[in-house]
Ligand binder design. Structure first.
Ligand code: HEC
Ligand code: HEC
Ligand code: HEC
Ligand code: HEC
Ligand code: HEC
Length: 182
C-alpha cells in the first residue's frame, strides 16, 4: 500500500497533478486573505480623508462608538445636513441626492463586522483609553474604509492578554469565553 503510494510519485503525470493541486490550495488561501483586505464596493464613494481633513469628527458620523455598543454608519440626512448647502457637480453627490429624495437609507456595506455569536462593544474599549486607530487604522489617510487587520478571536485575545498587565483577576475576566460569547 505504502509502496504503491510512493510509486505513484515516480510518475511525472502524478507529480504534475499533485503540484497543481498544491498550487490551487495555496492560491485559494492567498485569495481568502486578500479578500479580507480589499474594501467592498460602496453605494456612494465616500472619502474619509477628505471629510476628516475638513475637521469633521469621527463621532459626528459614528456617535455610537463613544458610549454605545456599535458605532453606527451615518444616515443620508446626516450627509444632507451639509450637502444640501454645497452645490457641486458630482455623480456621487447625485446618488446621495437620490437617496434623500426617495427617503431610502444608504445601504453601506460594513467592513468591520463580527459574527452574531460574538459580543463586542465599543464602550469598554474607548473607556480604557484605546483610540479608533488602534483597531481601524488611520482613517484620515484612506479614501474608502478597509479593515487594516484580521479581526479574529486571536486578535481580541492577544490584546486582552497584553492589556491585563499581569493582573490575574482581570486576565481571567478578559479571557473568559462568556465575556465575548454570551
Ligand atoms: C460637515 C459637512 C459635511 C458632511 C457631514 C458630509 N460632507 Fe461630503 N463634503 C463636504 C465638503 C465641504 C466637500 C468638498 C466639496 C468640494 O470639494 O467642493 C464634500 C465632498 C463630498 C463628495 C465629493 C468628493 C469628491 O469626489 O470630490 C462626496 C461624494 C461626499 N462629500 C459625500 C458625503 C456623504 C455620503 C456624506 C455622509 C456620509 C457626507 N459627504 C457628509 C462636507 C460634508
Ligand atoms: C462625514 C461622515 C464621516 C466621518 C467624519 C467619519 N466617517 Fe467613518 N464612515 C462614514 C461612512 C459613510 C462609512 C461607510 C462607507 C465606507 O465604509 O466607506 C464609514 C465607515 C467607517 C468604518 C468602517 C466600518 C465598517 O465596518 O464599515 C470605520 C472603521 C470608520 N468609518 C471609522 C472612522 C473614523 C475612525 C473616523 C475619524 C477619524 C471616521 N470614520 C470619520 C462616514 C464618516
Ligand atoms: C478595540 C478595538 C476597536 C476600537 C478601539 C474601535 N473599534 Fe470600531 N469596531 C471594532 C470592531 C471589532 C467592530 C465590529 C463590531 C461588530 O460587528 O459588532 C467595529 C465596528 C466599527 C464600525 C462599523 C459600524 C458599526 O456600527 O459596527 C465603525 C463605524 C467603527 N467601528 C468606528 C469606530 C470609531 C469611530 C472608533 C473610535 C471612536 C472605534 N471604532 C474604535 C473595533 C474597535
Ligand atoms: C487593542 C486592544 C484590544 C482589542 C484588539 C480588543 N480588546 Fe476588548 N478590551 C480591551 C480593553 C483594554 C478592555 C477593558 C479592560 C478593563 O476595563 O479591564 C476590553 C474589554 C472588553 C470587554 C468588556 C469586558 C468586561 O469587563 O466585561 C469585552 C466584551 C471585549 N473587550 C470584547 C472584545 C472582542 C470581542 C474583541 C475582538 C473583536 C476585543 N475585545 C478586542 C482591549 C482590546
Ligand atoms: C476576547 C474575546 C473572545 C474570547 C474571550 C473568546 N472568544 Fe471565541 N471568538 C471571538 C471572536 C471575535 C470570534 C469570531 C472570529 C473568529 O472566528 O476568530 C470567535 C469565534 C469562536 C468560535 C468559532 C470559531 C470558528 O472557526 O467559527 C468558537 C467555537 C469560539 N470562539 C469559542 C471560544 C471559547 C471556547 C472561548 C473560551 C475559552 C472563547 N471563544 C473566548 C472572541 C472571543
Amino acid at each position: 500500500m505504502g509502496e504503491r503510494f510512493i510509486g505513484m510519485f515516480r510518475q511525472p503525470m502524478a507529480v504534475a497533478l499533485l503540484l497543481i493541486a498544491v498550487l490551487v490550495v495555496l492560491a485559494g488561501a492567498g485569495w481568502a486573505v486578500y479578500q479580507t483586505q480589499v474594501p467592498p464596493p460602496q453605494p456612494i464613494e465616500f472619502k474619509h480623508n477628505l471629510h476628516v481633513g475638513l475637521g469633521v469628527q469621527c463621532l459626528y458620523c459614528h456617535p455610537g462608538a463613544w458610549r454605545g455598543q456599535s458605532a453606527g454608519l451615518p444616515t443620508q440626512s446626516k450627509c444632507w445636513g451639509c450637502h444640501q448647502q454645497i452645490a457641486r457637480e458630482s455623480s456621487e453627490l447625485d446618488k446621495l441626492a437620490a437617496y434623500v429624495e426617495k427617503g431610502e437609507p444608504i445601504p453601506w456595506v460594513p467592513v468591520a463586522i463580527m459574527p452574531d455569536f460574538v459580543y463586542f462593544s465599543h464602550r469598554p474599549h474607548i473607556g480604557a483609553g484605546l483610540n479608533c486607530e488602534t483597531c481601524h487604522g488611520d482613517m484620515s489617510k484612506v479614501t474608502v474604509a478597509r479593515n487594516p487587520q484580521v479581526m479574529n478571536m486571536g486578535w481580541c485575545m492577544d490584546c486582552h492578554r497584553e492589556r491585563s498587565q499581569g493582573d490575574p483577576e482581570r486576565l481571567a475576566k478578559l479571557l473568559d469565553c462568556q465575556t465575548c460569547h454570551k
